[in-house]
Design a protein. Structure first.
Length: 146
């Protein structure tokens, strides 16, 4: 995705005052939430993946920005490389939006042979999520073996 495509997607989500099937807002300004693996898993198990945007508040429907981009990116690299069942190669975009710096991370779809992508410390089925509408849902046992 280009920065312009990301900005358009963010604008669309903010205009509708909601997240989307392929867009998740995270208020986090200084760190990555401990449950970020749920969104990573859900987008990795979704056709064409999805976009996580840090520094945007869904509750206030506003861009707040990020303050500690280096730490946030290092922690995300740990999740993508060490904590998920399949090594994912996301795209990181640091974007100036409305005078504030945000971090947008495009999570690619996991290859079919390695689905479901799950959080290794939790294992299957509890560590695997899918995206339903604008929310993440734990995968069901029958989807794990499909």
């Amino acid at each position: 995705m280009t920065d312009q495509q990301i900005i358009e997607k963010i604008k669309y989500g903010l205009t509708l005052s909601t997240e989307l099937p392929d867009l998740e807002f995270k208020t986090s300004r200084n760190n990555v939430p401990n449950d970020i693996w749920r969104t990573i898993s859900a987008f990795a198990n979704r056709r064409n993946g999805g976009l996580i945007v840090f520094g945007v508040s869904q509750e206030r429907n506003a861009v707040e920005g990020c303050d500690n981009l280096d730490l946030m990116q290092r922690k995300l690299v740990e999740y993508f490389n060490d904590k998920m069942s399949f090594i994912l190669r996301p795209e990181y975009h640091v974007i100036n939006y409305e005078g504030k710096t945000i971090l947008a991370v495009y999570v690619p779809e996991c290859p079919k042979d390695y689905m479901p992508c799950y959080f290794k410390p939790v294992g299957l089925p509890n560590g695997a999520y899918i995206r339903e509408g604008n929310s993440n849902r734990r995968i069901t046992d029958n989807r794990c073996i499909a």
